[in-house]
Design a protein around this ligand. Sequence first.
Ligand code: MG
Length: 299
Amino acid sequence: MAIQTITLITNSEVEQRLIEFYRDFAIPTKNPYAVFAAKVATCVITLYTSHKVTFQGDNAVDEASIWNGGDDQWVYTASHMGSDEVGTGDYFGPVVVAAAYITDAQIPELIALGVKDSKKLTDALVMKMAPQLIKILPHSILVLDNPKFNDLTNRGFNMNRIKAYLHNQALLNLQKKLGFTAKTIVVDQFTPKESYFRYLNEMPLVEHNIQFVTKAESLSPAVAAASVLARYTFLKRMHDLSTQIGIVLPKGAGAQVDDTGRLIFETKGAEVLKSISKFNFKNTHKILQLVSNSDLEEI
Ligand code: MG
């Protein structure tokens, strides 16, 4: 993996804790702007008089995430690309993958807009925020509708393989749009790196320069922005599908989904249900059970 550099803004309180924490790993530094330096495994940590701390090395992201407070303080602060997906846990509606590119100069604007992991935002906020992001960020959004999804699963694709295809394609599309190669690409990790590339081994074009990071929506503003764009697109599709069939489609894969599925099956038939659902989910089985139970009640 390429050497990563992560920069965080600190304050004197955090600096004291950081110096204390890395005291046993301190190393000398000749940098006139550095107040402290340490080395843990392959990661070099340097604290500067400007109240910045950098983490450099293979495990820079892990080391930096100790200091980001576990909340949305972004550890990726240089220009980069990120991607994320939505809809993989929802019985109804598509799988959406979005990729976005942000420059370091845009970070204050993203903070001002309130961009963060879309799971931490209300639907209303996502609907308000996304059109603004669409205007300012180069992006690519891919929607895999239910008929296509069901076709792929029938052909033996599992969810992770589908995700790998969509992430790869979104990243390639965005590279093409940008017209230059993003130095850093962050993907919210959903499967080990080796599996990701194995899923793509028949693809003619594969983006390889990827950092797979867990909880990337909290660490990378590009992934956070991508999660907002993906969620926005998903919500719009769910709204459209609901309008189309005249029944409000619930999100997720819980009991309410089963009840709605049963209603759709009974009033519109199996083909309609199939056209708007991820038919290989366990919900289908539960829905069919609900239908047959209700038949029994009528007898
Ligand atoms: Mg994700």
